[in-house]
Design a protein around this ligand. Structure first.
Ligand code: TTP
Ligand code: MG
Length: 362
């Protein structure tokens, strides 16, 4: 028998499998075995908007998150197309988080269907694996939902590991095997590496994390500035960020990186509106109103700016959020620059009930 792997820090990343679709299947047993696609209305193939997520039956037809709904309809016309029910998913999420909470030394919910758990008190990876099995079983029996668990020495590795064997997987990556685990993965698995960065990396001959590791530190810094420094560390599986329980409700945000830098103001405005709408859906799903609104932009060349305003009263009104976001963004639109990214976030969140008077009016 091999010696147990004692570890200083052990982190889980738990990610629910096909979350919205899995909740829908649970609610309607008739959906079992059929392709289920949650997202915009396909309108017989003419609908606009995108797929939020779909189950594995639908993925077999080439449907996936963020695909235009019209294409999803072409690929899988017999699928069951459902509009998202955010309130239902956030209720399911809250219950799952409670199970995770009771298994963790520290819990950091990282989104509606994912969380980081510090489980260092397990002491060994063997014990951590056992805990992960128990947790999956608990979520399966109590919530009838499936999740995948990544186990690693830090958040970065745990997150990549949770995606390694989906659905229902447990992947543990001990410290001494981090490099071997990361090396063959695409650079896109790292934080902040979207299509745009992947393309720039490809021009440097970088496809995998192994390729990235072979780029000298100075070259990455020259090419990407501070982000290059982060990439250098991440390619080595290094990540010191603690599991932070207070992160959850600090803010809710969405951002979009354009395929190519653009000075098409109408397109950027429309993208901002979509970000606002997604943020608002998340706010309502999680039962929050917000006071502080922030618009972030990144111009070509990675120059990043943000503008923020704090309202006198909290709101969840789509009209208020959208007009405030457009007003905040106006100076950016007037700058005559090319946009790489636009995003919107809200903070100073509160539950609407906190706004109500404490006593019943007489
Ligand atoms: P993910 O965890 O990315 O996706 P998933 O849980 O559906 O599938 P997987 O098994 O691969 O983890 O996202 C969680 C939920 O967030 C997802 O169920 C729907 C929602 N979502 C969107 O609304 N739009 C998106 O573009 C993505 C990626 C997710
Ligand atoms: Mg998921």
């Amino acid at each position: 028998m091999s010696a147990p792997h004692c570890a200083a820090r052990i982190v889980f990343h738990v990610d629910m499998d096909c979350f919205f679709a899995a909740v829908e299947e649970r609610e309607s047993p008739g959906l079992k075995g059929r392709p289920v696609i949650v997202g915009a209305d396909p309108r017989g193939g003419l609908g606009r908007g995108i797929v939020a997520t779909c189950n594995y039956e639908a993925r077999r037809f080439g449907v996936r998150s963020a695909l235009p709904i019209s294409i999803a309809f072409q690929r899988c016309p017999k699928g069951v197309f459902l509009r998202p029910r955010f309130a239902l998913y956030s209720q399911a999420s809250r219950r799952v988080m409670q199970h995770l909470q009771s298994a963790a030394d520290v819990l950091e919910p990282a989104g509606i269907d994912e969380a980081y758990l510090d489980v260092s008190s397990c002491g060994t990876y063997e014990a951590a694996r056992e805990k992960a099995r128990g947790l999956q079983e608990k979520v399966r029996s109590a919530e009838r939902l499936s999740c995948s668990v990544g186990i690693g020495p830090n958040k970065l590795v745990a997150k990549i590991a949770s995606d390694h064997r989906k659905p229902g997987g447990i992947t543990a990556v001990i410290d001494s095997r981090v490099q071997e685990f990361l090396d063959p993965k695409g650079a896109g698995a790292l934080r902040g590496v979207g299509p745009k960065t992947r393309e720039r990396l490809a021009r440097l001959g970088v496809e995998t994390i192994r390729d990235l590791r072979n780029v000298p530190r100075e070259k990455l810094a020259r090419e990407f500035g501070r982000f290059g420094e982060a990439l250098w560390l991440e390619a080595r599986g290094l990540d010191e960020r603690p599991v932070d329980p207070s992160r959850e409700t600090k803010s809710i945000g969405r951002e979009h990186t354009f395929e190519a830098d653009t000075d098409d103001v109408a397109l950027v405005k429309e993208t901002l509106r979509r970000c606002v709408e997604r943020v608002r859906e998340d706010m309502l799903g999680e039962g929050f109103w917000a006071r502080t609104l922030t618009v972030k932009v990144r111009f070509e060349g990675y120059e990043t700016h943000s503008r923020q305003t704090t309202l006198r009263l909290s709101t969840a009104s789509g009209t208020v959020l959208e007009s405030a976001a457009l007003a905040l963004a106006r100076p950016f639109f007037d700058a005559g620059r090319k946009f790489r990214l636009i995003g919107f976030s809200v903070s100073k969140l509160c539950a609407p009930e906190e706004l109500l008077p404490l006593e019943e009016p007489v």
